[in-house]
Write a protein that binds this ligand. Structure first.
Ligand code: COA
Length: 609
């Protein structure tokens, strides 16, 4: 079943959009599309002023290794009324000491978060900033985003990626990525920070760019590249160039995204050398800034070495050359601010029709989001009832719990977050046999109802070991049930967002939609721990005291949320008190795809001939 948007004009000449049920036409009548849709309610009686304007909302999108999920097969013009019960979010006095211990830990974690934030704002440091702005006369990357985006209400992805890597600290991985609005349309941005080693691509930079492209594909978001890069960071070329998910993948993705009708625009606001030269030339439209932007495969030093000829960067591959002679770019901007104006105009030519600003008022939770600092567990043993967390995230603290009395170590149910209906799956203890069966059931319900899933992950610190026959049987059953839940989660085509609120350990984390299960977004709270076993739980697996100490020390260091996010195993660390706002934004972003009017046909990419 499909849904078709129909547009008609009312008596005042205003557009009226209607959504009607549709199915695939048995006798193809529209040869220009691979899939002809018949609108049920109007096919036989279509009036001349009523015409289908899109073939939208196909339920399952698959393209090679990435799956594209539609928010739902229905766009409701009016949400159904719901009066889910308010859940009890009050603390028991007996939990006071746990709350206080968590709070102390959260405040330390929050301080670390703020320090990281301050650090990345400095980019490549004072000297590099001076070189960038004074000698090279370029605008800093965050100021570029200010000119490009409608406002500063954007979702930055993995800002702390690149921190603490074996090859050094690479602030923000040398490249800012995120999702912001341009003329009201959510777009992914990928913007090099040339104050970090001339914007060169380290392995982590490549990983971050690929993840941003993945986000664009998964959520069908237009993508804008602000290119200012010296190409590959040569000392690490073996980790950047040869493999599948390395440098070349960026260009491969550009072609595939274009074929999928995901629009891409590049702004050349610095150097695009060697491989980097393909970013603008493979984008659907490109803008270049005079005197600042250059595109070439080999720069002036290479020309000199090869031919002995001295040539300026401007003559070799500057804005005039590429906009007047080579045609590698489509728009010539005299200054940077003009380039972002061009880009904003290009975005307004994309075929999207956005809904009126929602008039739905979503009720705030009944409890303060600051309480989440005392609920974020400092370790698994300090976890309180997860409903206390749910009650601080959902509209009006309302929650329609599903199977409340069965498999109680997993809490499942329906709620709204900033007006978006979601299914919530939250750990409340070990993921037992019953809990896993319940999880599978609930995930399938959400799939059936086209409802996004939110996973609140806090998994048990270590696997349950087999010390008796009874335990062996129980573990085997649990294994089967967890396998089923993993299958249900992996194959659910609805959007999924995971927030690691405590532990992310072992196989339970897969069933709870960990990174490998490809959620649309995955965030960590700063207290989160990510490792196969939690620190302090390796005794049963190690022989000697020395080995146990060594492994625990390693786990302690490697399981921290900042270690994880530095390596881009997630989409960023978020503060617990910001979670509702981040989830609301993600849900809005995911939903935007239903407003793209032209997207059904798979085509070849746009070729710059
Ligand atoms: N690999 C490794 N380091 C590089 C680099 C590269 N491809 N390109 C630049 N750097 C380093 C520079 O050595 C310098 O390091 P430092 O700060 O420790 O001195 C830093 O990045 C900034 O470069 P610099 O040349 O001083 O800055 P700039 O603003 O004048 O110029 C570029 C920036 C990118 C235009 C210029 O560095 C350049 O042309 N680099 C070579 C590009 C290239 O040929 N790439 C091919 C990659 S396959």
């Amino acid at each position: 079943m499909y849904y078709c948007m129909l547009r008609s004009l009312n008596n005042n000449g205003k557009n009226l959009i209607r959504l009607v049920k549709a199915s695939v036409c048995q006798t193809p009548c529209d040869t220009s599309s691979k899939l002809c849709i018949v609108c049920h309610s109007t096919h036989s009686t279509v009036s001349s002023s009523l015409r289908p304007i899109t073939h939208v909302l196909r339920r399952h999108w698959t393209h090679q290794t990435t799956s594209y999920r539609c928010v739902g097969s229905t766009v409701r013009t009016k949400p159904m009324p719901s009066a889910f019960p308010v859940i009890d979010g009050g603390f028991q006095p007996v939990h006071k000491h746990v709350y206080e211990a968590n709070l102390r830990n959260s405040l330390i974690c929050q301080q670390k978060y703020l320090e990281h934030k301050q650090k990345v704002l400095k980019g490549g440091g004072e000297n590099a900033i001076a070189r960038h702005t004074q000698r090279n006369q370029k605008v800093l990357v965050r100021d570029r985003l200010r000119m490009l985006l409608d406002d500063e209400n954007y979702l930055e992805l993995s800002p702390f990626a690149g921190d603490g890597l074996p090859y050094g600290d690479i602030p923000s991985a040398g490249c800012l990525t995120g999702i912001g609005q341009i003329n009201g349309l959510w777009c992914v941005f990928i913007a090099n920070d040339a104050t970090v080693k001339g914007g060169t691509a380290y392995p982590i930079t490549v990983k971050k760019q690929l993840r941003a492209q993945d986000v664009a594909m998964q959520n069908r978001l237009p993508c804008v590249y602000l290119v200012d890069s010296g190409g590959a960071f040569l000392p690490l070329q073996s980790e950047i160039f040869p493999d599948k998910n390395q440098g070349g993948r960026t260009f491969y993705n550009e072609a595939v995204m274009s074929a999928m009708k995901i629009p891409q625009v590049a702004v050349v606001c610095g150097s695009c050398t060697a491989g980097g030269a393909y970013v603008p030339t493979m984008a659907e439209e490109a803008v270049i800034v005079h005197r600042i932007g250059t595109i070439f495969l080999g720069g002036p030093p290479l020309v000199k070495a090869a031919t002995g000829e001295e040539v300026t960067p401007e003559d070799l591959g500057g804005a005039r050359l590429h906009s007047e002679v080579s045609g590698c770019v489509d728009h010539f901007a005299t200054v940077e601010s003009e380039a972002y104006e061009y880009t904003r105009n290009i975005i307004s030519t994309l075929n999207f029709e956005l809904p009126e600003e929602s008039s739905i008022q979503s009720a705030e939770p009944l409890h303060s989001s600051e309480d989440l600092l005392g609920l974020a567990p400092r370790s698994y043993n300090y976890s309180l009832d997860v409903r206390l967390i749910v009650s601080r995230l959902t509209d009006g603290s309302r929650f329609q719990e599903f199977k409340a009395r069965y498999g109680t170590t997993l809490v499942t149910g329906f709620a709204k977050i900033e007006g978006h209906q979601v299914g919530i799956v939250a750990n409340n203890g070990e993921l037992t046999y019953d809990a896993s069966l319940k999880g599978s059931h609930f995930v399938q319900l959400c799939e059936q109802r086209d409802m996004p899933l939110i996973f609140l992950q806090n998994t048990s610190p270590a696997p349950s070991h087999t010390f008796s026959q009874a335990k062996a049987e129980s573990n085997t059953n649990r294994l089967k049930a967890q396998g089923s839940m993993m299958s249900a989660v992996a194959c659910a085509s609805v959007p999924k967002i995971t927030v690691v609120i405590g532990g992310c350990h072992g196989s339970d984390s897969y069933a709870m939609c960990g990174r490998a299960f490809d959620p649309n977004f995955l965030f960590l709270w700063p207290n989160a721990k990510v490792s196969i076993l939690a620190p302090g739980h390796s005794q049963a697996l190690m022989q000697t005291e020395e080995e146990i100490t060594q492994i625990n020390e390693m786990l302690e260091e490697e399981s921290s949320a900042f270690f994880s996010t530095g390596r881009l195993w997630d989409d960023g660390v978020i503060l617990p008190q910001d979670t509702r706002q981040v989830l609301g934004k993600c849900l809005k972003i995911i939903k935007q795809q239903v407003y793209q009017l032209s997207r059904e046909r798979m085509r070849t990419p746009i070729l710059r001939l």
